[in-house]
Design a protein around this ligand. Structure first.
Ligand SMILES: Nc1ncnc2c1ncn2[C@@H]1O[C@H](COP(=O)(O)OP(=O)(O)O)[C@@H](O)[C@H]1O
Ligand SMILES: CC(=O)OP(=O)(O)O
Ligand SMILES: [Mg+2]
Length: 401
């Protein structure tokens, strides 16, 4: 069975084609700048060279058509025909309280995802475009949706409620949902396997730090708390997102700077975080490079980023009354030993002891980077949200056959 995994954003669409007989990736790629004058398609077949194509792709329907063209291309393709694709799995960021696991796409499911547009205005409308684009290009192919929020649906009310009037929860479902759940679930499971210990017996903190970043406290194998909230803005300092701030700053700034709701939203989501403090970039690589070159703003951004991460790890260790395993994943977590060191070297008091040589070693494999004597095991586990989406899609489509 072949499964196409799609992660549709507002102006981009990432894809991976899996052969589920061996979970091998046949091809992957991305369409960027959808709706702009020069859109870029980058297609990477597993055993052939990468191809890039610049053309005008005005919408997601055309983008999916281009992906199918690439996958079935006589030269760069990996499929004889489109009909070889048995199912499509989509990443959907917001599943609200309705979706506690992955589901087959039906009219009702689409309606529910639409109802959640308000809660994830940047993400869910784009995912819906991806789903309808697949319907238009590949009629009759079963589709499955896998939600970032689903894994966190096990959080207790003490974690997910905000201390604000309860009527807001009843009327508008304002609560913590949490995101990156597919990743937190995948890496916690893999970390336990690597340690050869049952996941249910471990108190774990997983740090998914990429462009977006979140921490999760995992207790008894379930999400107990997580740093992102009703939207992916709360919690850690991120590339361009502020993370936690005093909520009173919002009306204050709107008043003083005469900003509209959209403007203040954009300020906190797109013009804050590492980008704002470093004044250089949202990309950790560029910030670290500037810091090494002596740039003080870059150093401040780096220090704030790692300080805030330490605070969350400490908070979750207290919340769970202990910590056995600390996991780093995603772009920064997997590739930035200096970030891991800055975090771990500041929390030695509760039994974190990093092996600096292991930490500095480059590898794409899941691995332990703490010393044998470290009471808390520290691991790097590369995330693979796409693989988990492919697995869920495969299982659900097989179940419903
Ligand atoms: N070698 C590296 N060193 C430091 N940071 C890195 C490195 N490689 C990637 N990153 C960081 O990872 C981020 C992207 O993470 P990723 O998980 O791919 O994000 P997303 O899925 O949200 O696009 C980049 O913004 C960059 O800061
Ligand atoms: C939910 C979220 O923040 O996703 P990403 O990290 O892909 O932006
Ligand atoms: Mg990501």
């Amino acid at each position: 069975m072949k499964v196409l995994v799609i992660n549709a954003g507002s102006s981009s669409l990432k894809y991976q084609l899996y052969d589920m007989t061996n979970e091998g990736v046949l091809a992957s790629g991305r369409v960027e700048r959808i709706g702009m004058d020069s859109s870029i398609v980058t297609h990477e077949p597993a055993d052939k060279p990468e191809v890039r194509d610049v053309s005008e792709i005005l919408d997601h329907v055309t983008a999916v058509k281009r992906v199918i063209d690439m996958l079935t291309h006589s030269e760069h393709g990996v499929l004889g025909a489109m009909t070889e694709i048995d199912a499509v799995g989509h990443r959907v960021v917001h599943g609200g309280e309705v979706f506690k696991g992955s589901v087959l796409v039906t009219q009702e499911v689409k309606l529910e995802i639409k109802k959640l547009f308000d809660l994830a205005p940047l993400h869910n409308p784009a995912h819906m475009m991806g789903i309808t684009a697949v319907e238009a290009n590949m009629p009759g192919v079963p589709q499955v949706v896998v939600f970032d929020t689903a894994f966190h649906q096990t959080m207790p009310a003490t974690s997910y409620l905000y201390p604000i009037p309860k009527v807001l929860y009843r009327r508008h479902k304002i609560r913590r949902y949490g995101f990156h759940g597919t990743s937190h679930s995948y890496v916690s499971d893999n970390a336990a396997r690597l340690l050869g210990l049952p996941l249910e017996s471990l108190k774990m903190v997983t740090c998914h730090i990429g462009n977006g970043a979140s921490c999760a406290a995992i207790l008894d194998g379930k999400s107990f708390d997580t740093s992102m909230g009703m939207t992916p803005l709360e919690g850690l300092m991120m590339g361009t997102r502020s993370g936690d701030i005093d909520p009173a700053i919002v009306p204050f700034v709107m008043n003083k700077e005469e900003l509209t709701l959209n403007e203040v939203n954009s300020m906190l989501n797109k013009h804050s975080g590492m980008l704002a403090i470093s004044g250089i970039s949202s990309d950790m690589r560029e910030v670290t490079e500037a810091m090494t070159g002596g740039d003080e703003n870059a150093k401040l951004a780096f220090d704030m980023y790692t300080y805030r991460l330490r605070k969350y790890i400490g908070a979750y260790a207290a919340a769970m009354n202990g910590l056995d395993v600390l996991v780093f994943t995603a772009g920064v977590g997997e590739n930035a030993p200096d970030v891991r060191a800055a975090v771990c070297d500041g929390i030695t008091f509760f039994g974190v002891e990093l092996d600096h040589e292991l930490n500095a070693r480059r590898s794409k494999e899941a691995r332990v980077i703490s010393t044998p004597g470290s009471r808390v095991k520290v691991l790097v586990v590369p995330t693979n949200e796409e693989l988990l989406i492919a697995r869920d899609t495969y299982a659900i489509v097989n179940e419903t056959k």
